[in-house]
Design a binder for this molecule. Structure first.
Ligand code: ADQ
Length: 755
């Protein structure tokens, strides 16, 4: 209704834009045309009267000739009186050759002698104003065999011409008005039709229907176009929101109130492989460690906000000592805001499911980083079995039949369907933290159909970017008999509908352990400089990564070396500090990668190092959050050069740490974050020269430009924070749950025969 009103207004405005100029044009046309019309009619009638006059004169010439010859001019009076009975002919006068008015009828204008009659008739406009109005004066020679014998003055009444002219003018005005009305009508109708048609067409297109047949069946060939259009609109909207600055501030309170309103008291369970707190035995005591994981960084604040249960693999050496009889533990330690349930895996299970299928199979399959995936049957079986064990744990933990279960990442592709089979009313949100490849790349996986079916047990399936969603939908299209609704980005497979949507992940903002709680920038610089033995004033470039071949650490060091080659002035004045948390060291691929990183650092240090100067500081260890934040705050440049990354949180953490609005971010275009963080220096990490040039540009960037870029980046991260990520997903979940409840109620009413 509201939309119809808006459409009506729009159409009306559109029509006014046509009609007002049209009416003005017609009035102007009439204004110019009428005098022209008068002149024309006058000229036509003058010519007509001249013709009539000469005919009349020649008709009368015999009688006049005879009368003159017989000197009986007075006899002509009767003839002339009869002739002027013609209503248009007002009077006749007869002039002798010497210009004497010999005879005239009654109405002959006084004062019109032969001379003035002749001169008037010779004018282009032979009209004379007399008492009774305008008259036309004609002067015609009267001849017999001997030649010209006299002249005849014919005075015609012009009032009928004026009457005609008036009539013509009226007709013309009526014609122009009618024409205007007709054009206006046509314009209105055409505008209505075309506007409605266009609007209906555009809406139809957005709904996935054809432009020219909005009321008919959807045109499937236009569906991808509509989906793309919608996704561009969404991106534009996000872009617009980024430029405009925060509208609603997403923070833990806002998330909590959203949980209260959208998911009133609903139970929330998170499942992930990595646990948020790992207990390790260290000499004679137990220490708690936070893993270097983007996923944990992102989910933890959500759990603290909604106080649910987090089910994860208990991987720490002291984990068993710290749980209760149900393998439960309240975390964060000392604050106890939510429950952690630990699952124990045997070494074989961990090897097959985690290191084998997840990290040697799916990880390289989804990251195009030129490492060949390995698919072993035994790994697959272990992966399936561990997924089943986590499904059992979910069933164990939940108290209702329709909990909200948030399944995290590529370790649990089969879990959504396993939960769905046992809890048909559960709302399952699966978030895939890594990229999704194109259908051809995914096609090499021997169990691709099982993986896709497993994931389609989800109510909502989230990826970081629309591009990953598109790849996933195309992969399903290629491999399963599923119905894909591009219109609302859903996949229907065996009575289960899955919404596939992009939810770009982010970090906490405001961050409880963030910049405000940190020492000053100067202090951080001093700490890092002293700890690493750098010289005062040396510039610092930092990299912070898990040691993974997808993160582009080798490429980064190569670019650093190329910069020192091309700009030797930096030797002694620039250090690359690379914090590298060892990761998946059980796998050969990762061990050899660590060796390569170590070797390249050693080789560059050898090549460019001097007495008291080490170009690369490779810190191969896990750092505490404060230590990572200190590095970010001490840095002049932060390098994120992933070869492929779902999102990448390091770049966002760096920006969040820089409350001084200084420092430059160099960011790989192959990280999902590059879509949001356009103010970074965006690079292709495979192109060493380009990265070296970006490094040079970053190191010499004026402070004003640094600030400009950093302010904008900080606004983006502030608004698009992790609470918004979770909030958007949970809002969608709330909406779908509400819809399902209404549908269930309607079905019950049907069954009860109420409707
Ligand atoms: P990850 O591949 O783990 O995450 P990323 O997003 O970069 O990658 O997050 C890494 C996290 O580990 C950051 O919080 C960082 O501070 C921390 N970290 C890195 N090195 C560390 C070190 N040496 N010591 C301590 N902490 C360290 C996956 C996907 C990403 C996606 C996240 C979240 O691969 O693309 O952004 O999940 O969805």
């Amino acid at each position: 209704m509201f939309r119809a009103n808006i459409d009506g207004m729009n159409t009306f405005r559109l029509q006014l834009r046509f009609l007002v100029p049209l009416v003005l044009t017609l009035v102007a046309a009439a204004y110019l045309a009428l005098p022209l019309m008068d002149q024309l009619t006058l000229r036509w009638f003058s010519r007509d009267l001249d013709l009539r006059g000469s005919l009349l004169a020649s008709g009368l010439s015999d009688s006049i000739g005879e009368a003159l010859a017989e000197h009986r001019v007075t006899h002509l009076q009767a003839l002339f009186d009869r002739t002027v009975q013609d209503e248009r002919l007002l009077a006749i006068g007869l002039c002798s050759l010497d210009g004497q008015l010999l005879e005239r009828t009654k109405g002959y204008p006084r004062g019109l002698d032969c001379e003035s009659a002749q001169s008037t008739a010779a004018r282009a406009d032979p009209v004379l104003q007399i008492e009774g109005g305008a008259v036309h004066v004609g002067f015609f020679a009267v001849s017999d065999e001997s030649g010209r014998v006299a002249d005849l003055v014919l005075v015609h009444d012009m009032s009928f011409i004026q009457r005609r002219s008036q009539d013509t003018r009226e007709y013309l005005i009526i014609l122009i008005a009618a024409l205007g009305a007709a054009i206006a009508m046509i314009t209105v109708v055409v505008a209505q039709l075309s506007w409605r048609g266009w609007v209906a067409g555009a809406r139809a297109l957005l709904r996935g229907e054809g432009l020219i047949r909005p009321l008919l069946q959807p045109a499937p060939e236009l569906a991808p176009l509509a989906a793309e259009l919608r996704s561009h609109l969404r991106e534009l909207h996000d872009e617009y929101r980024r430029i405009r600055g925060p509208e609603v501030e997403w923070n833990p309170d806002h998330l909590r109130s959203l949980l209260r309103t959208q998911l009133r008291g609903d139970e929330i369970v998170v499942v992930s492989n990595r646990e948020p707190y790992i207990h390790e035995s260290s000499s004679d005591r137990v220490v708690v460690r936070r893993p270097a994981s983007g996923l944990v960084t992102a989910i933890e604040p959500v759990m603290r906000a909604c106080s649910g249960t987090w089910i994860a693999h208990g991987s720490g050496s002291a984990d068993r000592q710290t749980v209760d009889a149900n393998d439960h533990l309240r975390v964060p330690p000392g604050r106890g805001e939510y429950t952690l349930r630990r699952i124990w895996l045997s070494a074989e299970e961990e090897q097959g499911y985690y290191f084998g299928f997840a990290n040697e199979g799916i990880w390289p399959l989804c990251h195009v980083a030129h490492v060949r995936p390995v698919f072993r049957e035994t790994d697959w079986l272990a992966y399936r079995e561990v997924n089943r064990r986590f499904a059992d744990a979910v069933i164990d933990e939940v108290r209702s039949d329709d909990p909200v279960v948030m399944v995290q990442d590529y370790h649990f592709a089969l879990l959504p369907l396993m939960i769905r089979e046992r809890l048909p009313h559960a709302t399952i949100l699966t978030f895939w933290h890594i990229p999704w490849p194109n259908p051809e790349s995914f096609g090499i996986c021997p169990w691709r159909r099982e993986i896709l079916q497993g994931m389609l047990g989800s109510t909502i399936l989230g990826f970081h970017t629309p591009f990953h969603c598109k790849n996933f939908i195309e992969t399903v299209d290629r491999n399963l008999q599923a119905r894909i609704e591009h219109e609302d980005s859903t996949i229907s497979f065996r009575d289960q509908q899955t919404l596939v949507e992009s939810y770009p992940i982010s970090i906490q903002w405001p961050d409880a352990n963030g910049a405000a709680a940190q020492p000053s920038i100067e202090q951080c610089r001093r700490n890092v400089t002293e700890r690493l033995g750098l010289s005062a004033g040396q510039k610092i470039a930092v990299g912070v990564d898990r040691l993974d071949y997808t993160k582009g650490v080798l490429e980064r060091m190569q670019a650093f070396g190329r910069l020192l080659e091309q700009h030797p002035e930096w030797i002694g004045r620039l250090a690359l500090v690379q914090a590298a948390a060892p990761s998946r060291g059980v796998l050969q691929e990762y061990r050899s990668f660590q060796d390569q990183v170590r070797n390249m650092a050693a080789q560059l240090n050898e090549q460019f190092g001097r007495e008291g100067y080490r170009p690369i500081h490779l810190l191969m260890e896990h750092h505490e959050r404060e230590a990572v934040a200190e590095l970010y705050r001490a840095a002049d440049v932060c390098l994120v050069t992933s070869l492929h990354d779902g999102m990448n949180l390091v770049c966002k953490e760096f920006v969040a740490a820089r409350d001084d609005e200084r420092g430059v971010l160099i960011l790989s275009r192959f990280a999902g974050a590059a879509r949001e963080m356009a103010e970074a220096l965006i690079v292709n990490p495979y192109h060493v020269e380009e990265c070296a040039a970006a490094l040079q540009r970053a190191l010499t960037m004026p402070e004003a430009e640094q600030r400009e870029r950093m302010v904008s980046l900080r606004m983006t991260v502030q608004e698009f924070n992790v609470y918004r990520w979770a909030g958007r997903m949970l809002t969608d979940a709330g909406r779908l749950r509400l819809r399902r409840r209404i549908e269930a109620r309607v079905e019950r009413h049907h069954a009860d025969g109420v409707l």
